[in-house]
Design a protein around this ligand. Structure first.
Ligand code: ADP
Ligand code: MG
Length: 325
């Protein structure tokens, strides 16, 4: 099957709200009046962002999920996306599964595939998402104020725990029952972007970011952009029953610095706490207060007794010396 048959078969569907989809030189979209476009791109490279053994369907899901997570962090509504796919050869079984996982998530968020590029090369996937947000209402990293409370959605650390098991650094036996591994593996392979929560937080959160590189690393971006500091209570980090059963040190490290969580980390004034809780309840996503924004720059991590934990916990940086992910 050639390039164009492949595109027609797997990645071309009737347009819905777009003016023009796959098949011309450009896709055409009609923005909603009074809205701004929110645009974001993320690439997944084999061996670096996913294991070569991952199911194609999970890979299709995840490459869009990580992009929708960026729209969620801005409080934007997904509209459309493009897909740049590089792969070594045409593998029908791979393409079937990949497109199924990708388009199922796209349909759930009413986000149309409107174009892309298909090339031969090492397996790599780049998605660009386009969303919309009412003008001036996007959630930004830069709005955190001293006194604001720090919140996070869902749970943290499971995805990284699964990766550590795959890498042989944590024995499967440490997780106890076999279902425990299935659960953390699901967190790693099938992250659920918090799109509805992001939209619900518009007008409530003072700043937001999605947690992709580890909580502390991503918090650092909010602090830098906002010109503030923060205190994080390590033992308040929400975690699954699987992670709760791990030793304190491992649980804290995975929660604080694991990465690949795709939860929303956000700040809000204390007076908005009740409104934040009801907004989260309305979209059925748990949220937890994990600390506070302070005027003194830098971040402090404390344990349940208020003792400072001063481990390095680096955020993830692809080009940092010794970076292993
Ligand atoms: P051009 O060479 O003009 O960039 P291409 O031959 O690359 O066009 O692509 C033909 C059409 O198919 C374009 O509309 C492009 O957006 C679309 N397309 C290519 N690859 C993909 C893909 N993986 N998913 C969706 N649309 C694609
Ligand atoms: Mg092209």
């Amino acid at each position: 099957m050639g390039e164009f048959d492949l595109i027609a078969r797997h990645f071309t569907r009737p347009v819905r709200r777009a003016v023009l989809g796959v098949g011309d030189d450009c896709a055409l979209l009609a923005p909603t009046p009074g809205h701004q476009l929110a645009v974001s791109t993320d690439t997944l490279n084999e061996g670096r962002h996913f294991l070569s053994t991952v199911a194609p369907e999970a890979l299709g899901h995840k490459c869009l999920a990580v992009n929708l997570s960026d729209l969620a962090a801005c409080g934007a509504t997904p509209r459309a996306f493009t897909l740049a796919l590089s792969m070594p050869r045409v593998d029908e079984a791979f393409l079937d599964g990949f497109a199924r996982g990708l388009l199922a998530l796209a349909d759930r968020h009413d986000c149309e595939l409107v174009g892309g590029d298909t090339t031969a090369g090492p397996l790599a996937i780049t998605v660009t998402v386009i969303g919309e947000v009412p003008a001036g209402q996007a959630l930004l990293r830069s709005g955190a104020q001293p006194g604001d409370e720090l919140w996070v959605s869902g749970t943290l650390g499971d995805a990284r725990l699964a990766l550590e098991v795959f890498r042989g650094r944590v024995p499967t036996a440490d997780l106890g029952v076999v279902e425990a591994f299935d659960q953390v593996r699901r967190a790693m392979e099938w992250p659920e972007p918090r799109v509805a929560l992001g939209q619900a937080l518009r007008g409530l959160a003072s700043a937001a970011i999605d947690v992709s590189d580890g909580l502390l690393g991503d918090l650092g971006h909010v602090l830098a952009r906002s010109g503030v500091g923060a205190c994080v209570e390590a033992d308040r980090l929400p975690c699954s029953a699987v992670l709760r059963a791990q030793p304190d040190e491992r649980r804290r490290e995975l929660g604080l610095a694991g990465g690949d969580d795709y939860e929303l980390l956000f700040t809000a004034p204390p007076g908005a706490a009740e409104a934040v809780r009801s907004a989260a309840l309305a979209v059925s996503v748990p949220v937890t207060r994990i600390g506070r924004i302070e005027s003194m720059p830098g971040r402090r991590v404390v344990d349940r007794d208020g003792r400072v934990l001063d481990r390095p916990w680096p955020g993830f940086d692809h080009f940092a010396p010794g970076s292993d992910r």
